[in-house]
Design a protein around this ligand. Structure first.
Ligand code: NAD
Length: 290
C-alpha cells in the first residue's frame, strides 16, 4: 500500500515505522520536522496525502484535524481512505468524515488505546467508526499497528467508544486512589487492600492491571516514580471530550464531570502535569477532608 502518515509524534512515529517495517511504502509529515524509521519525509501534509491509497492522521486535537483535513482532502486521490487515529471530539470526527465522503473517499475514525508502549510494540487497540467497506480497507493496517480492532459503528462511533471508555477509566482511577488513601489512614496494609479489592467487587483495570500503589500488583508507572504511562493532562483532555459530548446530547454524567474537575485541579494547580494519571494516589495521601 502507498500510505501517507501525518503527525509523527510520540504515537504517530512508531505507528508509521511499524507500517514501513511491514513492507508498506510510507511517506510522512509533521510540522515539528519529526521523522520515523523507514518513513520517507515529505515537505507538507498535502504532499503526504497526494497519490496515496491511504492517509493516516495522528494529531493533537479536533481543530488541528479539521484544518489538516481541509488541506489534504482536495489533494487525495478518488477512492482513497482517510484513517484518523487521533483522539478528538465526536463532532470533528463526523465533520471530517462528511467532508471526505462527499469528496469520494472512504473514512475511518480509529482512536487507540495502549499508549506509547503499545504504539512501539504494535499492540494498540483500535476503536473504529465508519462503513464496513472502509473498515475492511483499514483492518490489515490495524493488524500491523495493533492487536485488536473493534468496528464500533458508523462515523464517530470510534471516538464515542474511546471517550466513554476513558470516562470510566478516569473515574475508576480516582476511586481506586481515594480508596487506597483511606485504607492507609485506617491502618490497612496496601498489599492486603490489593489482595482483597483485586479479587472482590473492587476489581477494575485501574486496580488489577495498573495499580496506583507502588510495589503492589503488576509493574505500573507507580513503580517508576509515576512517570507516564498515560499522562494526567491526556486524561484531562479525554475527560473534557466526554463532557463536551455529554453536553451535546444532554447525557447526565456526574462522575465524569467530577473526574474532570479533579484532573483539572491536579494538572493546573497541583503539579500533576507530566505525571502519570495514577499519581492521584500521592495527591490523596497528602490531603485531609477539607
Ligand atoms: P504528540 O503531541 O506527541 O504528537 C502529535 C504530533 O502532531 C506532533 O508531533 C505535532 O508536531 C504534530 N502536528 C501538530 N499539528 C500538525 C499539523 N498541522 N500537521 C502535521 N503535524 C502536526 O501526541 P501523541 O502522544 O502522539 O498523541 C497523538 C494523539 O493520540 C492525540 O490525539 C492523543 O490524545 C492520542 N493518544 C495518545 C496516547 C498517548 O499515550 N500518548 C494514547 C492514546 C491516544
Amino acid at each position: 500500500m502507498k500510505i501517507g502518515f501525518i503527525g509523527l509524534g510520540n504515537m504517530g512515529a512508531p505507528m508509521a515505522a511499524n507500517l514501513a517495517a511491514a513492507g508498506h511504502d510510507v511517506v510522512g509529515f509533521d510540522v515539528a520536522g519529526t521523522t520515523a524509521l523507514g518513513v520517507t519525509p515529505v515537505a507538507s501534509a498535502v504532499a503526504a496525502a497526494t497519490q496515496r491509497d491511504i492517509v493516516i492522521t495522528m494529531l493533537p486535537n479536533g481543530d488541528i484535524l479539521r484544518a489538516v483535513a481541509g488541506d489534504i482532502i482536495p489533494a487525495m486521490q478518488s477512492g482513497a481512505t482517510l484513517i484518523d487515529c487521533s483522539t478528538v471530539d465526536v463532532d470533528s470526527a463526523r465533520a471530517v468524515a462528511d467532508q471526505a465522503q462527499t469528496a469520494g473517499m472512504l473514512t475511518v475514525d480509529a482512536p487507540v488505546s495502549g499508549g506509547i508502549g503499545g504504539a512501539a510494540g504494535g499492540t494498540l487497540t483500535f476503536m473504529a467508526g465508519g462503513s464496513a467497506d472502509a473498515f475492511a480497507v483499514a483492518q490489515p493496517l490495524f493488524d500491523i499497528m495493533g492487536q485488536k480492532a473493534v468496528h464500533c459503528g458508523e462515523a464517530g462511533a470510534g471516538q464515542a467508544a474511546k471517550i466513554c471508555n476513558n470516562m470510566i477509566l478516569g473515574a475508576t482511577m480516582i476511586a481506586t486512589c481515594e480508596a487506597f488513601a483511606l485504607a492507609d489512614k485506617l491502618g490497612l496494609e496496601r498489599q492486603k487492600m490489593f489482595d482483597v479489592a483485586s479479587t472482590s467487587s473492587g476489581y477494575s483495570w485501574s486496580m488489577n492491571a495498573y495499580c496506583p500503589a507502588p510495589g503492589v500488583g503488576p509493574q505500573s508507572p507507580a513503580d517508576n516514580g509515576y512517570a507516564p504511562g498515560f499522562a494526567s493532562e491526556l486524561m484531562l483532555k479525554d475527560l473534557g471530550l466526554s463532557q463536551q459530548a455529554a453536553e451535546a446530547v444532554d447525557a447526565d454524567t456526574p462522575m465524569g464531570a467530577r473526574a474532570l474537575e479533579l484532573y483539572r485541579q491536579f494538572v493546573e494547580d497541583e503539579g500533576g502535569k507530566g505525571r502519570d494519571f495514577s499519581a492521584m494516589l500521592p495527591r490523596f495521601e497528602t490531603r485531609g477532608r477539607s
